[in-house]
Design a protein around this ligand. Structure first.
Ligand SMILES: *Cc1c(COP(=O)(O)O)cnc(C)c1O
Length: 393
């Protein structure tokens, strides 16, 4: 069935699902490492790309292909490459699209390991970089050099909730010959479609919203252009960062309810954000759905919803925040995000501890910032939980 013209929710359930020889309603787990050829000639033809058919699971597998094609359609891209983790997806993008002497421009408050990977590893191979505030278009324009090959944007960024104008940045980058890669983990394709806004590549930690059940680590990259897709797939294969069939099966199950989960979680998030904003012990709240968010107008243009990630700080900074995290009972004190369960964490000592304090502050990550990933629970219960915990601070 051609699902390309159908609505997002229909694509979630049906896109990319191949015909199954037994009529299985969902793509089963093809738990195999290798695939039999029909003949010696057929084996040679599959390797040469002259015949369809799978070869070896690191290269491709029916369960994994179903997920790749499904998410590629959700992002309105050409095709997708699944990876063992979100960082696997980031690594494949850098390796496939950057070379010695290339320059990368990226969001300063990007996911910590995405930055550390460049500063500590890719720098050893002669990759140059500028970490800047990509929400400032003047800063992006000034940072692009003749050897800039990639502008790597995370929007909304984690956990500062800085929003980058993906359309404007894509125009700037393309005029100077650079590709635009967007980490769309925070928004999910349900709320933001970077390829439609002009980006070339979009990637996800599917660990978060796409799988959504806190039971899988995984990544996925979608490219708009077939030539870029081929480079990404070739790199994934030689790096050996393939997804596993069972992982892919679970993520495919998660995708089918993506919009239901995202809609419910963002309704909850709006209520929680407004409640926090009105609380006398709260110093500030950063949620892209609040009118107080400095880029609220851009968010409304670029995203179809506000998502469920909230950052805030209590009066009393880090000590008060630590007290809060030790006293919540319903929210789980854990890193990660985008699952059905509400999670709370402290970026400066946990997810972003690898960055220097100066880099964190430059990216808006204060020591007292608490990150709250809102789940699909009853919102009154979530507010009551925060209320009793804040009362103890
Ligand atoms: C979690 C995360 C990653 C890394 O993904 P893993 O699946 O943990 O490897 C990358 N980008 C963002 C925005 C994330 O939240």
């Amino acid at each position: 069935m051609d699902t390309k013209k159908l609505g997002f929710e229909t694509k979630m359930v049906h896109a990319g699902i191949p015909h199954d020889p037994y009529g299985s309603a969902v793509t089963p787990v093809y738990q195999t490492s290798t695939f039999a050829f029909d003949s010696a000639q057929n084996g040679a033809d599959r390797f040469a790309g002259r015949a369809d058919g799978f070869i070896y699971t690191r290269i491709g597998n029916p369960t994994i292909r179903a997920l790749e094609q499904n998410v590629a359609e959700l992002e309105n891209g050409f095709d997708g490459v699944a990876t063992a983790s979100g960082m696997g997806a980031v690594t494949v993008c850098y390796m496939a699209l950057l070379s010695q002497g290339a320059h990368l421009v990226s969001t300063g408050s990007v996911y910590g390991p995405s930055r550390t990977l460049v500063e500590q590893q890719f720098s050893r191979f002669g990759v140059e970089y500028s970490y800047i505030d990509t929400s400032d278009l003047g800063a992006v324009r000034a940072a692009i050099r003749p050897n800039t090959k990639m502008v790597y944007v995370e929007s909304p960024s984690n956990p500062a909730m800085l929003v980058t104008d993906i359309r404007a940045v894509s125009e700037l980058a393309h005029a100077r010959g650079a590709l635009v890669v967007v980490d769309n983990t925070f928004a999910s394709p349900c709320l933001q479609k970077p390829l439609d806004l002009g980006a070339d590549v979009v990637l996800h930690s599917v660990t978060k919203f796409i799988n959504g059940h806190a039971d899988v680590v995984g990544g996925l990259i979608v490219a708009r252009d077939p030539a870029v897709y081929k480079k990404l797939r070739a790199m994934m294969i030689v790096l050996g960062v393939n997804m596993d069939p069972h992982q892919a099966f679970l993520v495919s199950r998660g995708v089918k309810t993506l919009s239901l989960r995202v809609e419910r979680a963002q309704q909850n998030a709006m209520r929680v954000a407004r409640w926090l904003e009105a609380h006398p012990k709260v110093a500030w709240v950063r949620y892209v759905g609040l009118e107080s968010h400095p880029q609220h107008e851009l968010v409304k243009r670029q995203m179809s919803g506000f998502g469920s990630m909230i950052s805030f700080e209590l009066k009393g900074g880090y000590e008060a925040g630590r007290n809060l995290m030790d006293n919540v009972k319903l929210a789980t004190l854990a890193v990660s995000l985008g699952g059905v369960e509400t999670l709370i964490e402290h970026p400066a000592s946990m997810t972003h501890a690898g960055m220097s304090q100066a880099d964190r502050l430059e990216g808006g990550i204060t020591d007292g910032l608490v990150r709250y990933s809102v789940g699909i629970e009853n919102v009154e219960d979530l507010i009551a939980d925060l209320e009793q915990a804040i009362a103890k601070v």
